[in-house]
Design a protein. Structure first.
Length: 304
């Protein structure tokens, strides 16, 4: 009962669409021209090509992915495993419907991009990346390679990303050897890169916020001006300069990319010697705080 309470209907709905989207990217753009997806999905595509026709892609997706997710149950948890197996099931069913049931000819060329390998690689990677990104963002996964990476990467003294990359390089080399051509595996790398960047954008957001760290001796004036201008929350704490041995403050302030120029102008107008460092922030949780609340939070921070 405790597990059932943790599972969310919203997640299942989004994961359903994630599986369908991923199936469209693979079966409509990649599989017809024999390009390969990454990870277990790409492995399933290769297996379906070198085995008899009665063993379709959808079957290999189930056979290869589900045992991996079950194997990773202890490491990833029951919630992740249930979400992932559900998503893979939807992905497999959708792939079967598109290739074998619906009146869409995906046997030789893409219905949309025809035989253009570059278009198929780009749009196949983009669309399948959207599906994979949605799956990860809402608690599951479409491909079991990430589970294998989490389990084995540390034992091999590798990062998860490096493990996945090595797996895909080996996969594409095997594909080239099996089909006696390197053109399709090389285009498949384009697919992999397009999918990888799309997954990053889906998980972390298209318009990433910026976090400004401002070191100044005029924190009160700067915080007042920034709060009045942007109405965002502000945090600062006391620091000391190593070279000057001077007491200063470090202000932490999150803005969007369109506000960077205005923020810099305000800070340097008040304190021309202020040091500003700006980094990207993938996710921001919380809401904007109006001026009165900001002023109170500044006072609280200073008192602490």
């Amino acid at each position: 009962m405790h597990l059932l309470k943790k599972l969310k209907l919203k997640n299942f709905i989004i994961l359903f669409f994630a599986g369908v989207i991923n199936a469209v990217g693979v079966t409509v753009f990649l599989q017809p021209v024999k390009l390969y997806d990454s990870g277990i999905s790409g492995t399933s595509m290769l297996c379906s090509q070198v085995t008899p026709d009665f063993l379709p892609l959808s079957l290999f997706l189930i056979i290869l992915n589900v045992p991996i997710f079950a194997f990773g149950l202890k490491k990833q948890g029951a919630e992740f495993t249930i979400y992932s197996i559900f998503t893979v099931a939807v992905y497999s069913l959708s792939a079967w419907l598109i290739t074998d049931i619906l009146p869409i000819d995906v046997s030789t060329v893409s219905p949309l991009a025809k035989s253009d390998l570059f278009l198929c690689a780009i749009f196949g990677g983009l669309i399948s990346g959207i599906g994979s990104g949605l799956a990860i963002r809402f608690g599951g996964a479409i491909d079991g390679i990430e589970v294998l990476a989490v389990i084995f990467a540390k034992k091999l003294n590798l990062t998860v990303g490096t493990f996945v990359m090595i797996y895909n390089i080996i996969l594409y080399i095997i594909c080239g050897i099996v089909i006696h051509s390197w053109i399709l595996p090389l285009y498949s790398i384009v697919t992999y890169v397009a999918a990888l960047k799309t997954i990053d954008y889906i998980i972390e957001g298209f318009d990433r916020s910026k976090a400004a760290m401002i070191i100044t001796t005029k924190q009160d004036d700067i915080c007042e001006e920034l709060s009045n201008t942007f109405e965002n929350g502000i945090t600062f704490y006391d620091v000391k300069g190593y070279y000057s041995n001077e007491d200063k403050a470090m202000i932490y302030f999150v803005i969007n990319r369109f506000q960077v120029g205005k923020m810099r102008e305000i800070v340097h107008r008040i304190d021309p010697k202020a040091y500003i460092s700006i980094i990207e922030v993938a996710d921001v949780f919380g809401s904007n705080i109006k001026s009165k609340a900001i002023d109170n939070s500044i006072t609280d921070s200073n008192n602490n």
